[in-house]
Design a protein around this ligand. Structure first.
Ligand code: THU
Length: 130
């Protein structure tokens, strides 16, 4: 099984763990570290809606907390007619750790699109430009 297929499978499984009683919209993410480890996340909502955190950020923060900041790519799965792309906030968070990463977006029917983060968030904010 290739790495994209494994990531998509893990993102699908992670999606099943979503806590989304308010939107009823479940999202799963699976992040690939440069050393080949897979770290997953799902969206976690809150009764105070603004405290909700997206699947992509749960995966990214879990990776950082595990000491894995070198990220190659991320797979994202949701049940939409077209593959979902990450929200703007998640794009900026991912750019902090892996500006060159790829993002594989898929729906449950297996329809896929792959992007570079730089395509999805050109000119990301950076405090110190080089
Ligand atoms: N959501 C994600 O998990 N990732 C995204 O990229 C967009 C939105 C979640 C947040 C919320 O729990 C639900 O989807 C509806 O917006």
């Amino acid at each position: 099984m290739d790495v994209y297929t494994r990531l998509l499978e893990q993102a699908r499984l992670a999606r099943e763990k979503a806590y989304a009683p308010y939107s009823r919209f479940a999202v799963g993410a699976a992040l690939l570290t440069e050393d080949g480890e897979i770290i997953t996340g799902c969206n976690v909502e809150n009764v105070s809606y603004g405290l909700t955190i997206c699947a992509e950020r749960v995966a990214a923060f879990t990776a950082v907390a595990a000491g894995r900041k070198k990220i190659s790519g991320l797979a994202l799965v949701a049940d939409l007619p077209e593959p979902p792309t990450p929200c703007g906030a998640c794009r900026q968070v991912l750019a902090e750790f892996a500006p060159k990463m790829w993002i594989l977006c898929a729906n449950l029917e297996g329809k896929q699109r792959i992007f570079r983060l730089t395509e999805l968030l050109p000119e990301a904010f950076a405090e110190f430009s080089s």
